[in-house]
Ligand binder design. Sequence first.
Ligand code: ADP
Length: 400
Amino acid sequence: MKILVINAGSSSLKYQVFDMENETIIAKGLCERIGIDGHLKHTPVGNGKPVFDSDMDFPTHGEAIAAVLDKLVSEEYGVVASMDEIGAVGHRVLHGGSKFIASQLVTDAVKDAIRECFPLGPLHNPANLMGIEACEKAMPGVPQIAVFDTAFHQTMPASSYMYAVPYKYYEENHVRRYGFHGTSHRYVSAEAIRVMGLPVEGSRIVTCHLGNGSSMAAVKDGKCFDTSMGLTPLEGVPMGTRCGSVDPAVVEFISNLEGISVSETLTMLNKKSGVLAVSGVSSDFRDLDKAAAEGNERAQLALDMFNYAVRKYIGAYAAAMGGLDGIVFTAGIGENSPEVRANILKGLEFLGVKLDAEANNCRGKLQKISAEDSRVQVYVIPTNEELVIARDALAIVTAG
Ligand code: ADP
């Protein structure tokens, strides 16, 4: 069966098509500037056909999906003979609230639940739903599957997910920690348990998803026990442009100082903060590494703050789980920066972490980077959220 995987943003839509016979990607692409003008880059993989890369008119997600489907079956750029070969579409959905512990076949009730979570994921959930509805219209009868970023974290105990604010906000308004990047944490923690040959029961893994957005997870017995992002992706370690955890009083202080609303202040804390703001250089860790190497002290400080925050979470989660068997690094920074990994792990020898500097000098591939005599095994594991979405979609359609 072939499965189309869609990650719809407010003005963009990324896609991949998997042949699930051998879990290979047969096409991938990106629609950009939806609602502005429009551009499609479509890449057939492995069949020798050319890349399509051109401006198109995308007033809504509907036209973008139609253009993608057109390319998938086209003589010149296509990868399937007809749309009948696509057995299901898997959609990345940011927020599933407390409703979904696993991926779901899209029904009216599931769409209502995605809509109910609009206030919790105001940028992503409306776009994700637009992607689903555009596919329903363009491919009637093809099962649509929603895969939630929050689902993996639904196993957290209340002591991990509750905020100490008046209880009615939890009861009536569902204010609590949800966590994000769940599909990634789920994939890399399962891979870690597999490659380490650990029994799932009793395993204690910390997964570090370090990208433009970064989050940490404590995975105990193969299930999420705690995670660093919260009600929204703003909480946790400092990120590219997000501040991470701060004293909430900072919000009022800045909004009074600047004469701006709480919502404008939060936009600043989401988009103009993090390592970008501390360094004054960039949100991209490659730029920070370069600037720090040239002696830029604020770039060095931003890196130090990031590494320190990640290290603190590793220590906290080891304590939370009563010990530690493995640490996993994934996503853009986690997979590609030996320096950041080494600096994060500095000082964790007391926990039984011993890095193999030579093995750590790797990028973008599955690799054990701890020394043979390290009690805690440390791995780089490239994440693959799209494959998990395709696998979930396949499992749901073949079970149903
Ligand atoms: P997103 O959260 O948008 O999915 P990614 O997981 O793709 O982000 O991570 C993107 C980030 O990864 C970039 O902003 C950059 O900071 C970092 N990155 C990518 N390659 C490298 C590298 N070679 N060295 C250090 N950082 C890198």
